[in-house]
Each structure stands twice: as structure tokens, then as C-alpha cells.
Design a binder for this molecule. Structure first.
Ligand SMILES: Cc1cc2nc3c(=O)[nH]c(=O)nc-3n(C[C@H](O)[C@H](O)[C@H](O)COP(=O)(O)O)c2cc1C
Length: 191
């Protein structure tokens, strides 16, 4: 499986790190990473990691400005795209088909080719513009998955919360990275 991973300048860049770490360990999954300028800035603001680390754990990395990259074309076959985290700016670009960078273009290609697109928008509070952009994309079949913690899995640490969201995102592609933290009823012994 080939997945395009877009990382943008919304807070929560640790989610990009974690999803790449999880996918790195899965056989037959290639990640095609695109990092925006503000995602790169947030990586140093919010985490101890650097861009070289992200490049090492991704299978392929592309320049955010290179609109000639393979993932800018529908003729390059991939299975889908995940944008985690997704800024309101990138959400708007995708919703309006304004493809002036490689993340917005790859998302536009994902839509036009009828492939799976998962967007994890992050902002609070949400304005009507943000909500309308999400609704428009949801109606086109995009999975809108804001990183909202679920407390039914009894998270003990921030890592538990991050891992749970990454698990739910990868569920969209039927990639199962964890069975322990799934809801199994009130008497579930995993609780
Ligand atoms: C520390 C930091 C946190 C930010 N958090 C958010 C956020 O949660 N959501 C958002 O929409 N924009 C956020 N922004 C603003 C975006 O980075 C900005 O709109 C940028 O133009 C997004 O561009 P990109 O989508 O190409 O990465 C944040 C910026 C900084 C510096």
C-alpha cells in the first residue's frame, strides 16, 4: 500500500511523527511524506524531533513546492492520502481546489481520482468558514477526523491519546495497528 502523508502547520505535529513511526513498522506500506513550511516550524516548536528524523522514518519525502513531484499526478498510483494535522488554510485550499503547493495538489488529485482522503483538521473554536469547508469535503466522501481524544479507552498518558487517534485514522485504510484499545463493551477486560 502507498499512502501520501501531508503534514501542515496546525498544532499537533507530533501526530505526523507518530503515524510515520507506526507505518514504518508495517510491511508493504510505503509513506510519501510532504511537509509544509509551517509544519517544519512547528516540529521544532512543539517536539524534540527534526526534519531529518521525519525524512528517515518516511519511505519517500517530497518538496512542498515541487508541483512536478510524482504525487502531483493521478497517473502515479497510490491508495490514498492522510493530512495530519491539517490547518484551516490547507483545509480551505482543498475545499476550493486551490492547488498552489504539493499538499493541496496531492489532495486535489486524491479527490479527482476517487481515492480515500482523510483530513484531520485542527482549530478551536471553529468558524462557519471552517465548518462549511469541512462539510463540503465530507459530502464529497472525505473522512473528517479532528484529533479529538476518546476517553473510553482510559488513556493514562499523552502518548495513549496520540496513539488512539493514529489507530482510528489508520482504521480508515483497514490498517490495524492495535487491538487493545478498542471498545469492547462495558465488561471489556481491556478497560
Ligand atoms: C505554533 C503554531 C500553531 C498553529 N496552530 C494552528 C492550528 O491549530 N490550526 C490552524 O489552522 N493553524 C494553526 N497555525 C497557523 C498555520 O501554521 C498557518 O495558517 C499556516 O499558514 C498554515 O500553512 P500550511 O497549511 O501550508 O502549513 C499555527 C501556527 C503556529 C506557528
Amino acid at each position: 500500500m502507498d499512502l501520501v502523508i501531508g503534514s501542515t502547520g496546525a498544532t499537533g505535529i507530533i501526530y505526523t511523527v507518530r503515524i510515520l513511526e507506526k507505518l514504518k513498522d508495517i510491511e508493504n506500506v510505503n509513506t510519501h511524506l510532504i511537509i509544509s513550511d509551517w509544519a517544519a516550524a512547528n516540529l521544532s516548536i512543539e517536539t524534540p524531533y527534526d526534519i531529518d528524523y521525519l525524512r528517515r522514518i518516511a519511505t519517500y519525502t517530497y518538496d512542498y513546492r515541487d508541483l512536478s513531484a510524482k504525487v502531483a499526478s493521478g497517473s502515479f498510483l497510490v491508495d490514498g492520502m492522510i493530512i495530519l494535522p491539517c490547518s484551516m488554510k490547507t483545509l480551505s485550499a482543498i475545499s476550493n481546489g486551490y492547488s498552489d503547493n504539493l499538499i493541496a495538489r496531492a489532495a486535489d488529485v486524491t479527490l479527482k481520482e476517487g481515492r480515500k482522503l482523510v483530513i484531520c483538521p485542527r482549530e478551536t473554536p471553529l468558524s462557519p468558514i471552517h465548518l462549511e469547508n469541512m462539510l463540503k469535503l465530507s459530502r464529497l466522501g472525505v473522512s473528517i477526523m479532528p484529533p479529538m481524544p476518546g476517553f473510553y479507552s482510559n488513556p493514562k498518558t499523552l502518548d495513549d491519546i496520540i496513539d488512539h487517534h493514529v489507530m482510528r485514522v489508520l482504521d480508515q485504510f483497514r490498517i490495524n495497528i492495535c487491538n487493545e484499545k478498542r471498545w469492547g463493551g462495558i465488561n471489556n477486560e481491556n478497560r
